[in-house]
Design a protein around this ligand. Structure first.
Ligand code: SAH
Length: 476
Protein backbone atom coordinates (compact mmCIF):
# COMPACT_ATOMS: atom_id res chain seq x y z
CA UNK A 1 0.00 0.00 0.00
CA UNK A 2 2.76 2.33 1.06
CA UNK A 3 4.60 1.42 -2.10
CA UNK A 4 1.56 2.23 -4.21
CA UNK A 5 1.04 5.53 -2.40
CA UNK A 6 4.64 6.44 -3.05
CA UNK A 7 4.39 5.54 -6.66
CA UNK A 8 1.26 7.56 -7.10
CA UNK A 9 2.93 10.53 -5.47
CA UNK A 10 6.12 9.86 -7.35
CA UNK A 11 7.88 12.71 -8.97
CA UNK A 12 10.42 11.61 -11.41
CA UNK A 13 8.49 12.59 -14.42
CA UNK A 14 11.14 13.40 -16.92
CA UNK A 15 8.80 15.38 -19.00
CA UNK A 16 8.29 16.33 -22.59
CA UNK A 17 10.10 19.28 -24.07
CA UNK A 18 7.38 19.77 -26.61
CA UNK A 19 3.72 19.96 -25.87
CA UNK A 20 3.01 17.80 -28.89
CA UNK A 21 4.95 14.89 -27.46
CA UNK A 22 3.01 12.24 -25.68
CA UNK A 23 5.21 11.43 -22.74
CA UNK A 24 3.71 9.96 -19.64
CA UNK A 25 4.59 11.29 -16.22
CA UNK A 26 5.29 8.90 -13.38
CA UNK A 27 1.90 9.71 -11.96
CA UNK A 28 0.21 8.92 -15.23
CA UNK A 29 1.93 5.60 -15.58
CA UNK A 30 1.68 4.52 -11.96
CA UNK A 31 -1.30 2.29 -12.61
CA UNK A 32 0.73 0.11 -14.90
CA UNK A 33 3.58 -0.16 -12.44
CA UNK A 34 4.07 -3.81 -11.67
CA UNK A 35 4.88 -4.69 -8.10
CA UNK A 36 8.28 -6.13 -7.45
CA UNK A 37 6.61 -8.26 -4.79
CA UNK A 38 5.45 -10.56 -7.59
CA UNK A 39 8.96 -12.00 -7.51
CA UNK A 40 9.38 -11.95 -3.83
CA UNK A 41 10.28 -14.95 -1.71
CA UNK A 42 11.74 -15.07 1.74
CA UNK A 43 15.06 -16.91 1.79
CA UNK A 44 14.96 -19.86 4.15
CA UNK A 45 17.29 -19.81 7.13
CA UNK A 46 16.44 -23.37 8.21
CA UNK A 47 19.19 -25.92 7.83
CA UNK A 48 18.00 -29.11 6.16
CA UNK A 49 17.85 -32.29 8.21
CA UNK A 50 21.03 -34.32 7.70
CA UNK A 51 20.64 -38.13 7.69
CA UNK A 52 22.90 -39.96 10.14
CA UNK A 53 26.03 -41.09 8.33
CA UNK A 54 29.42 -42.52 9.08
CA UNK A 55 31.12 -40.39 6.40
CA UNK A 56 32.01 -36.70 6.69
CA UNK A 57 29.12 -34.54 5.50
CA UNK A 58 29.42 -31.03 4.13
CA UNK A 59 26.65 -28.53 4.71
CA UNK A 60 25.90 -27.15 1.25
CA UNK A 61 22.69 -25.46 2.30
CA UNK A 62 24.06 -21.95 1.82
CA UNK A 63 25.80 -22.68 -1.47
CA UNK A 64 24.42 -21.72 -4.83
CA UNK A 65 22.44 -24.49 -6.52
CA UNK A 66 22.71 -24.00 -10.26
CA UNK A 67 19.95 -25.44 -12.40
CA UNK A 68 20.89 -28.46 -14.53
CA UNK A 69 23.37 -27.66 -17.22
CA UNK A 70 21.70 -27.09 -20.55
CA UNK A 71 22.93 -26.54 -24.09
CA UNK A 72 19.79 -24.61 -25.06
CA UNK A 73 20.77 -21.19 -26.39
CA UNK A 74 19.52 -18.46 -24.03
CA UNK A 75 18.27 -15.06 -25.06
CA UNK A 76 19.96 -13.39 -22.10
CA UNK A 77 21.64 -10.05 -22.81
CA UNK A 78 25.32 -9.58 -21.92
CA UNK A 79 24.29 -7.70 -18.79
CA UNK A 80 21.85 -10.40 -17.66
CA UNK A 81 24.55 -13.04 -18.16
CA UNK A 82 26.97 -10.88 -16.21
CA UNK A 83 24.52 -10.43 -13.31
CA UNK A 84 23.75 -14.15 -13.21
CA UNK A 85 27.48 -14.92 -13.21
CA UNK A 86 28.08 -12.62 -10.24
CA UNK A 87 25.33 -14.41 -8.34
CA UNK A 88 26.64 -17.82 -9.42
CA UNK A 89 30.30 -17.25 -8.56
CA UNK A 90 29.47 -15.38 -5.39
CA UNK A 91 27.44 -18.42 -4.39
CA UNK A 92 24.49 -16.32 -3.32
CA UNK A 93 22.29 -13.31 -3.99
CA UNK A 94 23.49 -9.74 -4.59
CA UNK A 95 22.17 -6.57 -2.94
CA UNK A 96 19.68 -4.32 -4.73
CA UNK A 97 22.44 -1.66 -4.71
CA UNK A 98 24.89 -3.93 -6.55
CA UNK A 99 22.16 -4.78 -9.05
CA UNK A 100 21.29 -1.10 -9.56
CA UNK A 101 24.91 -0.09 -10.01
CA UNK A 102 25.57 -2.82 -12.59
CA UNK A 103 22.32 -2.10 -14.43
CA UNK A 104 22.99 1.64 -14.71
CA UNK A 105 26.74 1.97 -15.02
CA UNK A 106 28.30 -1.38 -15.94
CA UNK A 107 31.15 -0.18 -18.22
CA UNK A 108 30.11 -2.46 -21.09
CA UNK A 109 26.35 -2.69 -20.98
CA UNK A 110 24.99 -0.29 -18.33
CA UNK A 111 21.82 1.63 -19.14
CA UNK A 112 23.65 4.97 -19.37
CA UNK A 113 26.82 3.76 -20.99
CA UNK A 114 26.24 3.31 -24.70
CA UNK A 115 23.36 5.53 -25.68
CA UNK A 116 21.39 8.70 -25.40
CA UNK A 117 18.56 7.82 -23.02
CA UNK A 118 16.93 11.26 -22.98
CA UNK A 119 14.12 12.77 -25.01
CA UNK A 120 11.01 11.62 -26.79
CA UNK A 121 12.83 8.77 -28.53
CA UNK A 122 14.61 7.78 -25.32
CA UNK A 123 13.36 6.72 -21.92
CA UNK A 124 12.79 9.97 -20.05
CA UNK A 125 13.21 13.73 -20.23
CA UNK A 126 14.76 15.95 -17.59
CA UNK A 127 14.21 19.62 -16.69
CA UNK A 128 17.15 21.01 -18.71
CA UNK A 129 15.65 19.27 -21.76
CA UNK A 130 12.22 20.72 -21.01
CA UNK A 131 13.25 24.35 -21.19
CA UNK A 132 16.35 26.50 -21.63
CA UNK A 133 15.09 28.48 -18.63
CA UNK A 134 16.18 25.73 -16.26
CA UNK A 135 19.89 26.01 -17.13
CA UNK A 136 19.62 29.79 -17.25
CA UNK A 137 18.21 29.94 -13.71
CA UNK A 138 20.92 27.59 -12.42
CA UNK A 139 23.29 30.08 -14.08
CA UNK A 140 21.77 32.91 -12.04
CA UNK A 141 22.28 30.88 -8.86
CA UNK A 142 25.88 30.07 -9.82
CA UNK A 143 26.74 33.69 -10.59
CA UNK A 144 25.20 34.88 -7.30
CA UNK A 145 27.29 32.34 -5.38
CA UNK A 146 30.41 33.40 -7.30
CA UNK A 147 29.68 37.00 -6.24
CA UNK A 148 29.29 35.86 -2.62
CA UNK A 149 32.61 34.03 -2.97
CA UNK A 150 34.24 37.39 -3.80
CA UNK A 151 34.46 36.89 -7.57
CA UNK A 152 37.47 34.53 -7.54
CA UNK A 153 39.63 34.59 -10.68
CA UNK A 154 39.65 30.82 -11.01
CA UNK A 155 36.69 28.57 -10.13
CA UNK A 156 36.01 24.90 -10.73
CA UNK A 157 32.46 24.55 -12.02
CA UNK A 158 31.64 20.85 -11.67
CA UNK A 159 28.55 19.12 -12.94
CA UNK A 160 27.84 15.62 -11.66
CA UNK A 161 26.05 13.49 -14.27
CA UNK A 162 25.52 16.15 -16.95
CA UNK A 163 23.33 14.00 -19.26
CA UNK A 164 23.40 15.70 -22.64
CA UNK A 165 25.22 18.76 -21.30
CA UNK A 166 22.16 20.92 -21.94
CA UNK A 167 22.09 22.53 -18.48
CA UNK A 168 25.66 23.81 -18.80
CA UNK A 169 25.19 24.88 -22.41
CA UNK A 170 22.19 27.03 -21.36
CA UNK A 171 24.04 28.28 -18.27
CA UNK A 172 27.08 29.37 -20.32
CA UNK A 173 25.02 30.94 -23.10
CA UNK A 174 22.96 32.86 -20.54
CA UNK A 175 26.08 34.01 -18.67
CA UNK A 176 28.24 34.73 -21.70
CA UNK A 177 27.85 38.52 -21.35
CA UNK A 178 29.36 38.40 -17.86
CA UNK A 179 32.94 37.99 -18.97
CA UNK A 180 34.55 38.21 -15.51
CA UNK A 181 32.42 35.26 -14.47
CA UNK A 182 32.84 33.08 -17.56
CA UNK A 183 36.59 33.78 -17.76
CA UNK A 184 37.03 32.48 -14.23
CA UNK A 185 35.47 29.09 -15.02
CA UNK A 186 37.16 25.72 -15.41
CA UNK A 187 34.39 23.29 -16.26
CA UNK A 188 34.61 19.71 -15.03
CA UNK A 189 32.10 17.15 -16.22
CA UNK A 190 31.82 14.06 -14.00
CA UNK A 191 30.32 11.52 -16.38
CA UNK A 192 30.73 7.75 -16.56
CA UNK A 193 29.14 7.28 -19.99
CA UNK A 194 31.44 7.62 -23.03
CA UNK A 195 28.37 8.04 -25.27
CA UNK A 196 27.06 10.92 -23.17
CA UNK A 197 30.53 12.49 -22.89
CA UNK A 198 30.55 12.71 -26.68
CA UNK A 199 27.11 14.34 -26.77
CA UNK A 200 28.21 16.79 -24.05
CA UNK A 201 31.29 17.70 -26.11
CA UNK A 202 29.05 18.48 -29.08
CA UNK A 203 26.39 20.37 -27.11
CA UNK A 204 28.99 22.55 -25.41
CA UNK A 205 30.37 23.23 -28.92
CA UNK A 206 33.83 22.13 -27.86
CA UNK A 207 37.07 22.42 -29.81
CA UNK A 208 40.19 20.49 -28.96
CA UNK A 209 43.36 22.61 -28.92
CA UNK A 210 47.02 21.78 -28.47
CA UNK A 211 48.27 22.45 -24.95
CA UNK A 212 49.82 25.85 -24.21
CA UNK A 213 53.22 26.75 -22.70
CA UNK A 214 54.92 23.58 -23.96
CA UNK A 215 52.22 21.38 -22.39
CA UNK A 216 51.71 18.40 -24.70
CA UNK A 217 48.28 17.58 -23.31
CA UNK A 218 45.43 18.72 -25.53
CA UNK A 219 42.69 20.81 -23.95
CA UNK A 220 39.02 21.28 -24.79
CA UNK A 221 37.40 24.67 -24.98
CA UNK A 222 33.66 25.21 -25.05
CA UNK A 223 33.05 27.91 -27.63
CA UNK A 224 29.72 28.80 -25.99
CA UNK A 225 31.61 31.12 -23.62
CA UNK A 226 35.28 30.30 -24.26
CA UNK A 227 35.67 28.13 -21.16
CA UNK A 228 37.99 25.12 -20.75
CA UNK A 229 36.19 21.81 -20.20
CA UNK A 230 37.49 18.46 -18.98
CA UNK A 231 35.88 15.11 -18.27
CA UNK A 232 36.28 12.78 -15.28
CA UNK A 233 34.79 9.49 -14.18
CA UNK A 234 34.48 10.54 -10.52
CA UNK A 235 34.47 13.72 -8.43
CA UNK A 236 37.69 12.55 -6.77
CA UNK A 237 39.51 13.07 -10.09
CA UNK A 238 38.55 16.76 -10.29
CA UNK A 239 41.59 18.84 -9.22
CA UNK A 240 41.35 20.39 -5.76
CA UNK A 241 42.85 23.64 -4.50
CA UNK A 242 40.42 26.03 -6.22
CA UNK A 243 37.07 27.38 -5.05
CA UNK A 244 34.46 25.02 -6.43
CA UNK A 245 30.81 25.17 -7.43
CA UNK A 246 29.14 21.79 -7.87
CA UNK A 247 25.81 21.12 -9.57
CA UNK A 248 24.02 17.80 -9.20
CA UNK A 249 20.73 17.68 -11.04
CA UNK A 250 19.06 14.24 -11.12
CA UNK A 251 22.37 12.63 -10.18
CA UNK A 252 21.67 11.47 -6.65
CA UNK A 253 18.56 9.54 -7.71
CA UNK A 254 20.74 7.31 -9.89
CA UNK A 255 23.01 6.31 -7.00
CA UNK A 256 22.48 2.73 -5.84
CA UNK A 257 20.19 2.15 -2.87
CA UNK A 258 20.06 -0.73 -0.42
CA UNK A 259 16.57 -1.85 0.48
CA UNK A 260 15.63 -3.24 3.88
CA UNK A 261 12.47 -4.98 4.94
CA UNK A 262 11.16 -5.69 8.41
CA UNK A 263 10.70 -9.44 8.91
CA UNK A 264 9.85 -11.49 11.98
CA UNK A 265 13.60 -11.82 12.68
CA UNK A 266 14.18 -8.05 12.37
CA UNK A 267 15.37 -5.79 9.56
CA UNK A 268 16.67 -7.88 6.63
CA UNK A 269 18.29 -6.66 3.44
CA UNK A 270 16.39 -7.32 0.24
CA UNK A 271 18.64 -9.18 -2.20
CA UNK A 272 18.39 -10.43 -5.77
CA UNK A 273 18.81 -14.08 -6.63
CA UNK A 274 18.22 -16.37 -9.62
CA UNK A 275 15.49 -19.03 -9.58
CA UNK A 276 15.89 -22.57 -10.89
CA UNK A 277 14.18 -21.36 -14.08
CA UNK A 278 16.89 -18.76 -14.44
CA UNK A 279 14.69 -15.76 -13.53
CA UNK A 280 15.66 -12.97 -11.17
CA UNK A 281 13.74 -12.79 -7.90
CA UNK A 282 13.94 -10.97 -4.58
CA UNK A 283 14.97 -12.80 -1.41
CA UNK A 284 15.68 -11.60 2.12
CA UNK A 285 19.14 -11.89 3.62
CA UNK A 286 19.28 -14.57 6.31
CA UNK A 287 21.69 -12.51 8.45
CA UNK A 288 22.84 -8.89 8.76
CA UNK A 289 24.69 -7.55 5.72
CA UNK A 290 27.46 -4.90 5.65
CA UNK A 291 24.98 -2.20 4.56
CA UNK A 292 23.13 -2.73 7.85
CA UNK A 293 25.70 -0.33 9.35
CA UNK A 294 24.35 2.41 7.08
CA UNK A 295 20.78 1.48 8.00
CA UNK A 296 21.68 1.87 11.68
CA UNK A 297 23.42 5.18 11.02
CA UNK A 298 20.43 6.47 9.04
CA UNK A 299 18.01 5.41 11.76
CA UNK A 300 20.06 7.21 14.43
CA UNK A 301 19.41 10.44 12.49
CA UNK A 302 15.66 9.81 12.53
CA UNK A 303 13.10 10.27 15.25
CA UNK A 304 11.59 7.06 16.62
CA UNK A 305 8.15 7.98 15.33
CA UNK A 306 9.52 8.44 11.79
CA UNK A 307 10.59 4.80 11.67
CA UNK A 308 7.85 3.29 13.84
CA UNK A 309 5.29 2.72 11.07
CA UNK A 310 7.72 1.61 8.38
CA UNK A 311 8.33 -1.90 7.18
CA UNK A 312 10.61 -0.89 4.30
CA UNK A 313 13.58 1.50 4.40
CA UNK A 314 15.96 2.51 1.63
CA UNK A 315 19.45 3.78 2.35
CA UNK A 316 21.96 5.15 -0.11
CA UNK A 317 25.53 4.85 1.26
CA UNK A 318 26.93 6.30 -1.99
CA UNK A 319 24.83 9.44 -1.50
CA UNK A 320 26.06 9.79 2.08
CA UNK A 321 29.70 9.27 1.04
CA UNK A 322 29.43 11.60 -1.97
CA UNK A 323 27.91 14.32 0.22
CA UNK A 324 30.82 13.98 2.62
CA UNK A 325 33.30 14.25 -0.24
CA UNK A 326 31.50 17.37 -1.53
CA UNK A 327 31.39 18.91 1.95
CA UNK A 328 35.07 18.25 2.65
CA UNK A 329 36.03 19.78 -0.67
CA UNK A 330 33.85 22.86 -0.19
CA UNK A 331 34.92 23.17 3.44
CA UNK A 332 38.57 23.28 2.35
CA UNK A 333 38.48 25.01 -1.05
CA UNK A 334 35.43 27.29 -0.62
CA UNK A 335 32.35 27.47 -2.81
CA UNK A 336 29.12 25.51 -2.72
CA UNK A 337 26.99 22.74 -4.16
CA UNK A 338 23.45 22.72 -5.47
CA UNK A 339 21.51 19.46 -5.41
CA UNK A 340 18.17 19.26 -7.22
CA UNK A 341 16.25 16.03 -7.37
CA UNK A 342 12.95 14.45 -6.49
CA UNK A 343 12.80 13.05 -3.03
CA UNK A 344 11.82 13.58 0.57
CA UNK A 345 13.16 15.53 3.48
CA UNK A 346 13.24 12.36 5.57
CA UNK A 347 13.59 8.59 5.46
CA UNK A 348 12.61 6.98 2.16
CA UNK A 349 10.67 3.77 2.42
CA UNK A 350 10.31 1.91 -0.88
CA UNK A 351 10.75 4.12 -3.91
CA UNK A 352 13.00 2.31 -6.37
CA UNK A 353 11.40 2.20 -9.81
CA UNK A 354 12.22 1.35 -13.39
CA UNK A 355 11.18 3.43 -16.42
CA UNK A 356 11.53 2.34 -20.03
CA UNK A 357 10.27 4.43 -22.94
CA UNK A 358 8.37 6.72 -20.53
CA UNK A 359 6.52 3.83 -18.86
CA UNK A 360 6.98 2.05 -15.55
CA UNK A 361 8.29 -1.47 -15.89
CA UNK A 362 9.29 -4.21 -13.50
CA UNK A 363 12.64 -3.56 -11.78
CA UNK A 364 13.84 -7.06 -12.62
CA UNK A 365 12.65 -7.06 -16.23
CA UNK A 366 15.40 -6.99 -18.89
CA UNK A 367 17.94 -5.12 -16.75
CA UNK A 368 19.96 -2.49 -18.61
CA UNK A 369 17.07 -1.56 -20.89
CA UNK A 370 15.27 0.65 -18.33
CA UNK A 371 16.30 3.49 -16.04
CA UNK A 372 16.38 2.69 -12.34
CA UNK A 373 16.00 5.53 -9.89
CA UNK A 374 15.06 6.10 -6.27
CA UNK A 375 13.87 9.03 -4.18
CA UNK A 376 16.62 11.15 -2.68
CA UNK A 377 16.71 11.34 1.11
CA UNK A 378 17.54 15.04 1.61
CA UNK A 379 17.64 14.71 5.40
CA UNK A 380 20.41 12.11 5.06
CA UNK A 381 22.32 14.53 2.81
CA UNK A 382 22.04 17.25 5.46
CA UNK A 383 23.21 14.95 8.27
CA UNK A 384 26.08 13.57 6.15
CA UNK A 385 27.32 17.08 5.34
CA UNK A 386 27.05 18.31 8.92
CA UNK A 387 28.70 15.19 10.31
CA UNK A 388 31.86 15.56 8.26
CA UNK A 389 32.62 19.28 8.13
CA UNK A 390 32.13 22.15 10.52
CA UNK A 391 33.05 24.56 7.72
CA UNK A 392 29.91 24.09 5.63
CA UNK A 393 26.27 25.04 6.14
CA UNK A 394 23.30 23.26 4.59
CA UNK A 395 20.26 25.13 3.25
CA UNK A 396 16.86 23.80 2.23
CA UNK A 397 15.42 21.73 0.83
CA UNK A 398 12.88 24.04 -0.76
CA UNK A 399 10.64 23.12 -3.66
CA UNK A 400 11.91 23.67 -7.18
CA UNK A 401 8.94 25.96 -7.65
CA UNK A 402 10.08 28.24 -4.80
CA UNK A 403 13.68 27.99 -5.91
CA UNK A 404 13.14 28.94 -9.57
CA UNK A 405 10.44 31.47 -8.64
CA UNK A 406 12.76 33.32 -6.23
CA UNK A 407 15.52 33.36 -8.84
CA UNK A 408 13.18 35.15 -11.25
CA UNK A 409 11.94 32.56 -13.73
CA UNK A 410 8.68 34.53 -14.07
CA UNK A 411 10.56 37.52 -15.45
CA UNK A 412 12.59 35.31 -17.74
CA UNK A 413 9.54 33.62 -19.26
CA UNK A 414 7.87 36.98 -19.82
CA UNK A 415 10.97 38.36 -21.55
CA UNK A 416 11.20 35.31 -23.81
CA UNK A 417 7.48 35.42 -24.63
CA UNK A 418 7.84 38.96 -25.96
CA UNK A 419 9.87 37.85 -28.91
CA UNK A 420 8.90 34.41 -30.15
CA UNK A 421 6.73 32.48 -32.59
CA UNK A 422 3.36 30.98 -31.54
CA UNK A 423 4.90 27.54 -31.44
CA UNK A 424 7.77 28.74 -29.25
CA UNK A 425 5.28 30.52 -26.99
CA UNK A 426 3.38 27.30 -26.44
CA UNK A 427 6.57 25.40 -25.72
CA UNK A 428 7.67 28.13 -23.26
CA UNK A 429 4.33 28.10 -21.43
CA UNK A 430 4.17 24.34 -21.11
CA UNK A 431 7.89 24.17 -20.20
CA UNK A 432 7.40 26.85 -17.55
CA UNK A 433 4.44 24.96 -16.11
CA UNK A 434 6.34 21.68 -16.01
CA UNK A 435 9.20 23.30 -14.09
CA UNK A 436 7.24 25.30 -11.53
CA UNK A 437 3.57 24.27 -11.73
CA UNK A 438 1.80 21.73 -9.59
CA UNK A 439 -0.38 19.06 -11.23
CA UNK A 440 -2.11 19.45 -14.59
CA UNK A 441 -1.76 22.79 -16.37
CA UNK A 442 -5.03 24.77 -15.93
CA UNK A 443 -4.57 26.56 -19.28
CA UNK A 444 -4.27 23.33 -21.28
CA UNK A 445 -6.85 22.97 -24.05
CA UNK A 446 -5.48 19.90 -25.84
CA UNK A 447 -6.24 16.23 -25.16
CA UNK A 448 -6.25 15.33 -21.45
CA UNK A 449 -3.62 12.67 -21.82
CA UNK A 450 -1.19 15.22 -23.23
CA UNK A 451 -1.72 17.81 -20.49
CA UNK A 452 1.58 19.11 -19.11
CA UNK A 453 2.09 18.02 -15.51
CA UNK A 454 3.77 20.51 -13.19
CA UNK A 455 6.53 19.02 -11.08
CA UNK A 456 7.48 22.17 -9.19
CA UNK A 457 6.57 20.74 -5.79
CA UNK A 458 7.96 17.29 -6.43
CA UNK A 459 11.52 18.37 -7.05
CA UNK A 460 13.52 19.79 -4.16
CA UNK A 461 16.59 22.01 -4.09
CA UNK A 462 19.27 21.98 -1.40
CA UNK A 463 22.55 23.88 -1.10
CA UNK A 464 25.72 23.07 0.81
CA UNK A 465 28.08 26.06 1.02
CA UNK A 466 31.25 27.08 2.78
CA UNK A 467 30.22 29.10 5.83
CA UNK A 468 32.47 31.97 4.63
CA UNK A 469 30.01 32.51 1.78
CA UNK A 470 27.07 33.24 4.08
CA UNK A 471 23.59 32.13 3.11
CA UNK A 472 23.20 31.43 -0.63
CA UNK A 473 20.34 32.89 -2.66
CA UNK A 474 17.42 32.16 -2.52
CA UNK A 475 17.66 30.29 0.79
CA UNK A 476 17.82 33.49 2.90
N1 SAH B 1 21.77 15.96 -15.09
C1 SAH B 1 21.28 15.48 -16.34
C2 SAH B 1 21.23 13.97 -16.48
C3 SAH B 1 20.57 13.18 -15.38
S1 SAH B 1 20.63 11.44 -15.68
C4 SAH B 1 19.94 16.11 -16.63
O1 SAH B 1 19.30 16.60 -15.71
O2 SAH B 1 19.50 16.08 -17.78
C5 SAH B 1 22.03 10.90 -14.76
C6 SAH B 1 23.38 11.29 -15.34
O3 SAH B 1 24.38 10.85 -14.43
C7 SAH B 1 23.74 10.67 -16.68
O4 SAH B 1 24.54 11.58 -17.38
C8 SAH B 1 24.54 9.43 -16.27
O5 SAH B 1 25.36 8.92 -17.29
C9 SAH B 1 25.31 9.99 -15.10
N2 SAH B 1 25.72 9.01 -14.10
C10 SAH B 1 24.93 8.13 -13.45
N3 SAH B 1 25.64 7.45 -12.52
C11 SAH B 1 26.90 7.94 -12.58
C12 SAH B 1 28.10 7.65 -11.86
N4 SAH B 1 28.12 6.73 -10.90
N5 SAH B 1 29.22 8.33 -12.17
C13 SAH B 1 29.21 9.29 -13.13
N6 SAH B 1 28.10 9.61 -13.86
C14 SAH B 1 26.97 8.94 -13.58
Amino acid sequence: MLRRALLQASTRCRFSSSSSLLLASRRQCSSSSPSSDDHFVEQSVDTPQTPPSATISIDRSTLYHPSDHSHEPTADSELVKHLKNIIKFRGGPITVAEYMEEVLTNPKAGFYINRDVFGAGGDFITSPEVSQMFGEMIGVWTMCLWEQMGQPKKVNLVELGPGRGTLLADLLRGASKFKNFTESLQIHMVECSPALQKIQYENLKCLTEDGIDGNTEKRCISTVAGTPVSWHMTLEQVPTGFPTIIIAHEFYDALPVHQFQKASRGWCEKMIDVTENSLFRFVLSPQPTPATLYLMKRCRWAETKEIAGLDHIEVCPKAMDLTQEISNRIGTDGGGALIIDYGLNGIVSDSLQAIRKHKFVDILDDPGSADLSAYVDFAAIRHSAEEVSGDVSVHGPMTQSQFLGSLGINFRVEALLENCTDEQAESLRTGYWRLVGNGEAPFWEGPDEEAPIGMGNRYLAMAIVNKKQGVPVPFE
